[in-house]
Design a protein around this ligand. Structure first.
Ligand code: NAG
Ligand code: NAG
Length: 362
């Protein structure tokens, strides 16, 4: 009897060890549980690598591709990210003025396939990208959607040199001519000097907000678990900025080639109150890889005064006026805002009324 006690103890120990392995995943913090990759990851990887290969040929071969155009002009790729109707499409339609500008821009729409969206007409007709997937707040799905739009635009047209991300709640607050001349001012000047059609990767900057002194930054940094962003993203390098940006082609390519930062930013948030991955991924990536190449300012005015639950001020028809448009253009940087958000759908009528005389007169 007595001599069997150590044996029982040893036996019990043998039983406990495998049991620990079995129950450990349930008692350890969730960050240690292997995470399933988002189901869309493989399709995205294939799209991004296709776009990378198509966009990486040497400058010379891109020039020879462009040689087939008689008088190539750089284009702006407008990337619309939406999960509802493009309410302001009549205003954008006026902005694009397709008849006059059709060789100066392209449009790509990422529409959440799980939402019911009225197919837009006119300049927006057939612009939905078939690769679109479901998007939701507080998840990395908005990063993926923006990257899909960028990849499609890179693949589609080598003349797309700026990539402007907007949403269905954004409106233009200047004319297309103003926007185009503002963005390509440096490029076009260089053009005259060098007598080249234009440089493929000229030294022009991306317009993206990059902020380091936000009071919520630490909570947002740790939203996926304490310090899981390490070692790729130390807290001192973590940034926040507006979700809407205008990137040059070099940065567009950088964003779709990235694996290092995406590996961390794609992790699901544990703290949903501090989870806005799309407001961190792009500013952090670009400020770590090429801070000099970015202005650190956005071109889209958002009114965060009295914001509720992470939503900015929503302008109503009574607020729409000539004075509001002028006010929305004012920024603290050396240039004017070009776009603004957010507006209720019924702002369309008063906005259309002042479109010709105010918004597009500049
Ligand atoms: C921003 O929103 C606040 C209310 O939230 C409003 O009082 C203010 O006029 C708005 N600013 C502009 C420039 O429209
Ligand atoms: C400019 O910056 C000041 C100080 O940070 C701020 O109070 C003001 O609202 C800003 N104005 C605009 C138009 O962004």
């Amino acid at each position: 009897m007595f001599s069997s006690t150590p044996f029982v103890l040893t036996f019990a120990l043998f039983l406990t060890v495998p049991l620990l392995f079995l129950i450990a995943p349930q008692i350890l913090p969730p960050k240690q549980v292997p995470l399933p990759p988002p189901n869309n990851e493989l399709a995205d990887l294939s799209l991004f690598s296709k776009a990378t290969v198509a966009s990486t040929p040497s400058q010379r071969s891109v020039h020879s591709r462009l040689g087939t155009h008689t008088n190539p002009k750089p284009k702006i790729a407008f990337l619309f990210l939406t999960n509802s109707d493009l309410t302001f499409s009549p205003l954008w339609e006026k902005f694009f003025n397709q008849k006059k500008n059709k060789h100066l821009f392209n449009i790509y729409i990422h529409a959440d396939p799980s939402a019911t969206i009225t197919p837009p007409t006119g300049v927006f007709e057939n612009k939905f990208i078939p690769e679109a997937m479901k998007t939701s707040r507080a998840s990395p799905s908005l990063i993926s959607a923006a990257r899909r739009l960028i990849a499609k635009a890179l693949l589609d047209d080598p003349l797309n040199l700026y990539f402007t991300l907007v949403s269905q709640h954004c409106i233009p607050i200047h004319s297309f001519d103003y926007v185009y001349n503002f963005l390509f001012h440096n490029t076009l000047n260089r053009n005259k000097r060098t007598k080249q059609p234009f440089s493929i990767f000229p030294n022009y900057q991306s317009f993206i907000e990059i902020i380091s002194d936000d009071p919520n930054l630490l909570d947002r940094y740790n939203a996926r678990g304490d310090n899981v962003m390490l070692p790729e993203v130390p807290f001192e390098r973590f940034r926040v900025g507006s979700q809407f940006f205008t990137l040059n082609r070099k940065h567009a390519l950088m964003v779709i080639k990235d694996k290092k930062y995406w590996k961390k930013f794609k992790l699901p948030c544990l703290n949903l109150d501090s989870c806005y991955p799309e407001e961190h991924y792009f500013p952090t990536l670009l400020s770590m890889e090429d801070p000099e190449g970015c202005t650190h300012y956005t071109l889209t005015n958002v009114n965060w005064t009295d914001s509720v639950d992470g939503h900015p001020h929503l302008y109503t028809p009574e607020e729409v006026s000539k004075e509001l448009v002028y006010k929305l253009r004012e920024s603290n940087s050396s240039y004017s805002y070009l776009f603004a958000r957010k507006f209720t759908p019924d702002c369309l009528k008063p906005l259309m009324e002042i479109a010709d005389d105010v918004i597009f007169r500049d």
